[in-house]
Design a protein around this ligand. Structure first.
Ligand SMILES: Nc1nc2c(c(=O)[nH]1)N[C@H]1C(S)=C(S)[C@@H](COP(=O)(O)O)O[C@H]1N2
Ligand SMILES: [Mo]
Length: 337
């Protein structure tokens, strides 16, 4: 049952201002080009090779073979995961890295890729503190050395009703939290994006309260599906995808996946998260993907998978219900959306 009765097809995005709808349509047209050659990595290569010779595209990386152990490069020794979808379902690299939401780098889908040059992902440190026995500040190289990377091919469902399948590289957030040992007072985890308007010029405007904040209940944060991603398609994250470190919670709407994280704080109270503060009627704290709870301005029953022509049904918990539904037993998911 819907929370509100609802309009047809969304005219634009939840989040995209009206003046950008046009540009969004252009992009959709472009993404549609992937359709012509259909599924998978080979397809994106074919599509790229059909572009004009005057406009040579960078070759998209292919997925590295898994499990290679030689060398010091953490990206060259990646574990396979039983939690992954088949690699053949992955959305082309080109789409994943040029169709983005990262308001600190611009409001249109294409802006983050264009503007990502101002974000310096090295050196980078993350502060982990709050209700923990062992607060610490770690740099990204240490994280990459200490936590073996896994490939996780996950569905990503934006609250705006488009979706992708992304082959992330990362490690479980639980592995990091176990190291800092949460105290018995810790009930939630608050994760925060870098606040630096020189690197993230969108922070000079006030579309959101900066820095971008997201949060999880501790049990959600400890769930094995919850990932700190450091890469995709076998290589380090690009700025537009949240370099060098971002959250991925595949059963929740994409906005929970806070990018370019500098702070992870264990807290007693539910954190006040950016989108829930900005528009509490539209974006809840939980933000579990739920085809039966519509956004006030559009249906969430189906989605547009980037690279496919037909809309597809949106699945409860984005297809991960078997793994996560137990976390919400006894909750009214219409009210706590
Ligand atoms: N800091 C920050 N994190 C963010 C956002 C943002 O604007 N700022 N957008 C969110 C939204 S709405 C989505 S759908 C995903 C998009 O991730 P992607 O561009 O890597 O696919 O990032 C999320 N993380
Ligand atoms: Mo989103």
């Amino acid at each position: 049952m819907s929370r509100r009765s609802l309009p047809p097809e969304p005219r634009g995005d939840a989040i995209t201002p009206p003046e950008l709808y046009v540009r969004r349509r252009e992009l959709l047209g472009r993404a549609g080009a992937f359709v012509a050659t259909a599924a998978g990595f080979g397809a994106s290569l074919t599509w790229l090779s059909q572009r004009g010779a005057a406009d040579p595209p960078p070759a998209p990386p292919s997925l590295p073979s898994l499990g290679e152990r030689d060398g010091d490069d953490p990206f060259a020794r990646v574990r396979e995961s039983p939690l992954s979808l088949p690699r053949s379902e992955a959305t082309p690299f080109e789409a994943i890295t040029t169709y983005n939401n990262f308001y600190e780098l611009g409001l249109s889908k294409s802006a983050p890729a264009r503007n990502a040059g101002s974000l310096r992902a090295r050196p980078w440190t993350v502060r982990i503190d709050g209700e923990v026995h062992a607060p610490t500040t770690v740099d990204i190289e240490t994280l990459l050395r200490d936590f073996p990377l896994e490939e996780r091919v996950y569905r990503m469902r934006c609250v705006e009703a488009w979706s992708m399948v992304i082959p992330w590289l990362g490690f479980p957030l639980a592995a990091l939290l176990e190291r800092v040992r949460p105290t018995s007072n810790a009930r939630f985890v608050k994760l925060v994006t870098l606040h630096d308007p020189a690197q993230l010029p969108g922070q000079q405007s006030d579309v959101l309260d900066w820095p971008y904040v997201e949060g999880l209940r501790l049990d959600e944060a400890m769930h094995p599906l919850t990932l700190l991603a450091v890469g995709l398609y076998g290589r380090p994250l690009l700025g537009q995808n949240g370099a060098p470190l971002r959250l991925v919670v595949p059963w929740k709407y994409g906005f929970k996946g806070v990018k370019s994280i500098v702070s992870i704080e264990l807290v007693r109270e539910r954190p006040r998260t950016s989108w829930a503060l900005a528009a509490p009627e539209e974006y809840g704290f939980y933000a579990n993907v739920n085809p039966t709870v519509d956004h006030p301005r559009w249906s969430q029953a189906s989605e547009r998978r980037i690279g496919q022509l037909e809309r597809i049904a949106t699945l409860p918990f984005n297809g991960y219900a078997e793994s996560v539904a137990h976390l919400y037993r006894g909750m009214d998911l219409q009210a706590e959306f």
